[in-house]
Design a binder for this molecule. Structure first.
Ligand code: COA
Length: 257
């Protein structure tokens, strides 16, 4: 199996499990990952998703044998195939459960898309990142919306064009990783985030993510004021908001815990 999923104590762990090939992903693995995210996204027993990888490295990105073989297919087939990877990234980005990427070793090319599409990332201090595509004569196309969102366009410009290897600490400064810890503490750090996420309202967390997408661009005009007011008005009168507010005031645990 190249992708495995386990569910335990409300946490789904989706594991890239092809360490011999440095967890590089081809069309088959992309389909499995897409399905895994769809499955855990619609599973009511799951509150948090951890995307992780077996072996020394998180992932070497797209399988370069598969990429090269695409040269034999026509433009239509190439477009459809590339779209499937784009949809995987979108599926992670819009997963109805918070997604944490757990990163060790190399995370190259498309792997950076997986990480930046996740809500948050914890990296081992041995992690290193690289947008290596231009060295191969290609570009980080379908991952770019998520990578540019994380890095900002100016930093993305540098790393898209130079394909420099980005060490873990620098990756944290750039916004790729939220935490960098010794590899032995990776699980503990992920668990801390899981625990923080389990304490929040599940609907509120996804609404919070959507809120950021709404406010990150656009003028702070009347439409923005109306929209943000509508969101809090809706959330605080909804069942989850009422439960969370009541639980605090009644000094009890909210029902989602
Ligand atoms: N696609 C297909 N196979 C890959 C691969 C990829 N992206 N990355 C590594 N592999 C394969 C190697 O060909 C090698 O196969 P082999 O055992 O049959 O010879 C095996 O995985 C091990 O690779 P190796 O380079 O020896 O591992 P490493 O631990 O020394 O280095 C990396 C790991 C990730 C730094 C290195 O493999 C690498 O740079 N890979 C290319 C990453 C890349 O540019 N991806 C961009 C995709 S768009």
């Amino acid at each position: 199996m190249s992708v495995t999923t386990t569910i335990d104590a409300k946490v789904a762990r989706i594991t890239l499990d092809n360490p011999d090939k440095r967890n590089a992903f081809d069309d088959r693995i992309i389909a499995s990952l897409t399905e895994a995210f769809e499955t855990v996204g619609s599973d009511d027993s799951v509150r948090v998703v951890v995307l992780q990888a077996a072996g020394k490295h998180f992932s070497a990105g797209a399988d370069l044998n598969w990429m090269r073989a695409m040269g034999k297919l026509d433009a239509r087939q190439n477009q459809d195939d590339a779209l499937r990877l784009a949809r995987l990234m979108q599926g992670i980005d819009q997963c109805p459960k918070p997604v944490i990427a757990r990163v060790q070793g190399a995370a190259f090319g498309g792997a950076l898309g997986l990480i930046c599409a996740a809500d948050m990332a914890v990296a081992a201090d041995n992690a290193r990142f690289c947008l290596s595509e231009v060295k191969l004569g290609i570009i980080p196309a379908v991952i770019s919306p998520y990578v540019v969102r994380a890095l900002g366009p100016r930093q993305a410009n540098r790393y898209f064009m130079t394909a420099e290897v980005i060490p873990a600490q620098r990756a944290m400064q750039l916004g790729i990783a939220h935490e960098v810890v010794p590899e032995a503490q990776l699980d503990e750090s992920v668990d801390q985030l899981v625990s923080a996420l389990l304490s929040g309202g599940p609907q509120a967390q996804i609404e919070a993510r959507n809120l950021i997408e709404r406010v990150k661009t656009g003028a702070i005009d009347q439409a923005m004021l109306n929209d943000t007011a509508e969101r809090i008005a809706r959330l605080r009168t909804g069942s989850e908001g009422q439960e969370g507010l009541s639980a605090f005031l009644e000094k009890r645990t909210p029902n989602w815990r």
